[in-house]
Each structure stands twice: as structure tokens, then as C-alpha cells.
Design a protein. Structure first.
Ligand code: GYE
Length: 323
């Protein structure tokens, strides 16, 4: 009798231990021949996003996996709903490019609770709301702070630390916009001759970049450097500069991040001075990380992509390898 009671007690303890593990640890993923995975894209209004989606789709096809694809069309609220629908469809895992750092954090916790592992690709979330390695498996992407620092250091070197800068920021509240600004500000703080005349969002979009540049150019005609958080806004800024009779590459240095084919061609043409790469081809790395995770391998909470750079001395040679 006593022994039976002990066994019941032991069984109860085991159940509690399992429940606790499920509460605090990451969801497990079974090793399977094929997976049904979700990819929640943030928007599709630029070549970077299109290349990223293509890479996720191509690689899924190659592996014979089923891909549930959604496009939030620039709305964080829609992206939250998209992830919820993936949870309802019981996908094996979710790949998410969170549009903004805060609004997408809670739905990551919902997926965790539903036992679905989440992998963040290209953008990160606020670590005080959802933590890499604890609430989601990992963040795979670039070191955005370093990207901003590299642009700042290049300007410091080329201008001997004297510059009148207009900064075009990416989507407000997104991790690349926050960190590309932070990294750039680190360099500004060390170079008192480098002045940011104005810093405003162009939402990572070509057309908004052009419009914002048009307005800022009127208020700050003394500008001699434009730092755009992505290629698209740099290309928009070039259009605004040229429409105002300015000569990008000659009287204004334009710098950007991404390294798409069109921007690298503009480096070759001398209109963009310097680009730090941020490569959108995530497919192979994203899915091989999932396979490693399912195999029980230890996954780092951050997996950082190496970024190349493009300038007048190497752009022509590297152009064919730009996305
Ligand atoms: O730089 C931009 C895109 O999240 C790193 O988002 C990405 C950024 C990229 O729309 O062009």
C-alpha cells in the first residue's frame, strides 16, 4: 500500500517536471523527412524583400518542404494575425521577419506556448519582451549596429571628420532602423566635426526616401553627406538631389546599406560612394538551422551573417554577385 502511494507520488512529480520544462524551455522539434513551415514576411515593396521571399521559397521547394507564406503588407497588426493563423494551422516551425521590435514580441510567446519553435530571420525583437534562446530559437541576420558604425567610419575617413549629414532612417521601431542609427551615433559622438543636420524616417521605401529628401534638402542646402539606412531610400534621395540640381557623388556623398544590384551599379556609376552589404538570401541558412535544431544540436541565440562592402575600387568586380 505504502509503495503504491509512493509510486503515485513519483508519477505526479514526473508530470509536474515535464510541464515545467514545457513552460520554461523552447518547444522541441521532431526530426522528420519533411516539414511544414511558416514564413511571415513583413512587406514586399522592395527588391530586398522580394529576394528574401524568393530565397525562402526556392529552398523550401528544393528540400520538398511545405511553405505557408504570408505577407503583412507593411502592417505589424496584420503580421501578428498572420503568425496566429500559422499557429492555428499547426505548422512545425515559424520563420518570422518581425516588422517592428515591440508589437511582434507577444505572438512569439503565443507560438512558444503552442509548442511551435520560432526562428527570427533578418529583424529582431525587443529582448525585454521576448528573448532569443529562451522564447525563440535564434536570431539569424546582420549586425546592424556594426553596419551603422561602418558607414560612420567611412564618412569620418573620407571627410577628415567634417560632414553635414542628412540621415534617412528605416521603418520606425524596426531593429535595423534602431541599430543602424545607434551604430552611426557611436561614430558621430567621437567626431565633433560630423553633424547630423536632420534625421527622419523614409520607412525603407524609395518613394518616401525621395519625398523626405526633397523636404530636408530645402531646409538644409548645406548638406554634403546622405546616410540612408537602405539602398531604396538612397536611390530615392539621389532622384531628389538630381531634381534639385545637385550632383550625387560629386557635391554630395550618398551612402547606404543592403547592396542590391541597382545600388551597386550606382557605385560603379559614381553616384553612391559606399554600401555595406546586408544580404537577403536567408533560405539555406534558415532551414539548415531548423534541421540542426531538430537534430538536437546546440543553436546560438544569435547567428550573424557576414556583410561585405562595396565602393569604387571593388563594385564592378562584385556587381554580378550582388542580389
Ligand atoms: O535593409 C531593408 C528591408 O530588415 C535588414 O529591411 C532588413 C531591412 C533591409 O526592407 O531594405
Amino acid at each position: 500500500m505504502k509503495q503504491a502511494k509512493l509510486m503515485v507520488l513519483a508519477a505526479a512529480l514526473t508530470v509536474t517536471a515535464v510541464a515545467l520544462a514545457a513552460d520554461t524551455g523552447l518547444p522541441k522539434l521532431a526530426k522528420k523527412a519533411t516539414y511544414k513551415v511558416g514564413f511571415a514576411q513583413t512587406e514586399s515593396n522592395n527588391p530586398w524583400r522580394i529576394a528574401q521571399t524568393q530565397s525562402m521559397q526556392d529552398e523550401a521547394k528544393k528540400l520538398g518542404w511545405q511553405l505557408v507564406y504570408t505577407d503583412a503588407q507593411g502592417s505589424a497588426a496584420k503580421q501578428v494575425a498572420d503568425v496566429r493563423s500559422m499557429i492555428a494551422q499547426k505548422v512545425d516551425a515559424i520563420f518570422l521577419s518581425p516588422r517592428e521590435e515591440k508589437p511582434l514580441a507577444p505572438v512569439i510567446l503565443e507560438a512558444k506556448k503552442a509548442g511551435i519553435p520560432v526562428f527570427l530571420i533578418d529583424r529582431n525583437v525587443d529582448q525585454s519582451l521576448a528573448k532569443a534562446g529562451n522564447d525563440y530559437v535564434t536570431f539569424i541576420g546582420s549586425n546592424f549596429i556594426q553596419e551603422g558604425q561602418r558607414v560612420g567610419q567611412w564618412i569620418a575617413k573620407k571627410t577628415n571628420g567634417k560632414a553635414n549629414i542628412i540621415e534617412l532612417e528605416g521603418t520606425t521601431g524596426s531593429s535595423p532602423a534602431n541599430d543602424r542609427k545607434k551604430g552611426f551615433d557611436d561614430v558621430i559622438a567621437k567626431n565633433p566635426g560630423m553633424k547630423i543636420l536632420a534625421s527622419q524616417t523614409g520607412d525603407f521605401s524609395r518613394d518616401k526616401g525621395r519625398q523626405v529628401m526633397e523636404t530636408l534638402l530645402q531646409a538644409h542646402p548645406e548638406v554634403d553627406v546622405v546616410y540612408a539606412h537602405n539602398d531604396e531610400m538612397a536611390i530615392g534621395a539621389i532622384a531628389a538631389l538630381e531634381a534639385a540640381g545637385r550632383k550625387p557623388g560629386k557635391d554630395v556623398l550618398v551612402l547606404s546599406i543592403d547592396g542590391g544590384r541597382e545600388a551597386v551599379q550606382l557605385v560603379v556609376d559614381g553616384k553612391i560612394a559606399y554600401v555595406v552589404e546586408c544580404n537577403p538570401k536567408f533560405g539555406p541558412k534558415a532551414y539548415s538551422t531548423l534541421k540542426d535544431y531538430a537534430a538536437g544540436k546546440k543553436i546560438n541565440a544569435k547567428i550573424i551573417n557576414p556583410d561585405r562592402e562595396f565602393h569604387s575600387a571593388n563594385a564592378a568586380k562584385l556587381l554580378p554577385s550582388a542580389y
